[in-house]
Design a protein around this ligand. Structure first.
Ligand SMILES: Nc1ncnc2c1ncn2[C@@H]1O[C@H](COP(=O)(O)OP(=O)(O)O)[C@@H](O)[C@H]1O
Ligand code: SF4
Ligand SMILES: [Mg+2]
Length: 318
């Protein structure tokens, strides 16, 4: 299990001749990703999803709080233990083409993590490449091709194969279908879910598309301005979301009727600047239920039924 506890990440920009400004990219986020389960992380662009994911993958150090893998805080691991961890948690990025070195063949790209970690020899690595090509449903003939000879969807399959070759436990998929055509994205999701059923991977699936995330997740985590606003089972989330921001995201989902788009009036309001966070609940400038206490106090993250929610008035909203 991979989990964050009260994770905080601040970036400070220091322009020349001007005082530095800080962005609180992630604030007090605690969540768990278990083997065999998918956590869907949603929220608008800039809310801190990738920053949280990079901290969970050990690619960045949290400013405060911690990341724990099977109970061990990863910043306290020895170099040897950290090396093992880098095999067990893999990250797949949004842009499938940029993530691949254009001068290497598909076989070299897929075998690269094995070489990096000095696993096996040339013969066993090539056998592993063939096995992985089969798993991600690419033909063996693609082994000698270069990324430029592949479609974007095929490139993403190569990235998935690279992520799987070290037999990870947790895979972080950061907007992995956002740069793909809808039908190709659906095929990639289907592939990931099939692999999860067979191999028991735990997924953190990040997307700004809440309807897609609900379909494939066991748990939904909704983020806004660096804070986790709601954590709940994905089943029934459409009807049972408690946080006003979750409801806005759900109402902004395109209608199934062609030409019709359902949007909540409050989404039109400008999103607050993360460099200058205001007092109280960060959503109060957009929230139809906001009262004085919302403008004054950051709500606690608390249980309401099966949901954990950061809202002073969650019971009334329901
Ligand atoms: N390396 C960085 N340096 C400075 N600021 C950053 C960096 N990475 C992200 N940020 C800032 O942190 C906030 C969250 O960004 P990000 O995690 O990329 O959001 P998301 O993935 O949800 O779009 C944004 O305000 C972004 O500008
Ligand atoms: S705490 Fe207040 S402003 Fe924030 S989401 Fe709840 S009702 Fe809206
Ligand atoms: Mg991102």
């Amino acid at each position: 299990m991979l989990e964050s506890k009260h994770l905080q990440k601040t970036y400070t920009w220091k322009p020349v001749f001007r005082p530095g400004v800080s962005v609180l990219a992630v604030r007090d986020v605690s969540l768990q990703i278990r083997a065999g389960e998918t956590v869907g992380l949603v929220g608008e662009s800039g809310c801190g999803k990738s920053t949280l994911a990079r901290c969970l993958a050990g690619l960045e150090q949290p400013s405060d709080g911690g990341v724990f893998y099977h109970g061990e805080e990863i910043s306290r691991l020895s170099l040897r233990e950290a090396r093992v961890l880098r095999k067990r948690i893999q990250y797949i990025f949004q842009n499938p083409v940029n993530a691949l070195n254009p001068y290497r063949t598909v076989a070299q790209l897929i075998a690269e993590p094995l070489q990096h970690f000095r696993v096996g020899n040339q013969k066993t690595r090539m056998a592993a490449v063939q096995r992985l090509l089969d798993m991600v449903e690419l033909p063996i003939d693609d082994m000698d091709k270069y990324p430029a000879e592949l479609s974007r969807g095929e490139c993403q399959r190569v990235n998935i194969a690279r992520a799987l070759i070290l037999e990870p436990e947790i895979i972080i998929c950061d907007e992995v279908i956002s740069a793909l055509d809808v039908s190709i994205g659906v095929q990639i999701l289907h592939l990931l879910k099939t692999l999860q059923r067979k191999q028991g991977y735990g997924f953190l699936f990040i997307s700004h598309d809440i309807s897609r995330v609900i379909q494939i997740s066991d748990w939904i985590a909704v983020m806004y301005m660096g804070l986790l606003m709601e954590w709940a089972p994905a089943a029934g989330f459409h009807a049972e979301a408690l946080h006003p921001y979750s409801q806005v995201l759900l109402q902004a989902v395109p209608s199934l009727i062609p030409g019709e788009f359902v949007d909540h009036p409050s989404t039109a309001v400008e999103i607050p600047d993360p460099v200058f966070p205001q007092h109280g609940c960060p959503f109060h400038t957009r929230c139809p239920y906001a009262t004085d206490v919302c403008r004054r106090e950051v709500p606690a993250f608390r249980s309401v039924g099966q949901h954990t929610v950061r809202c002073h008035h969650a019971e009334a909203v329901r």
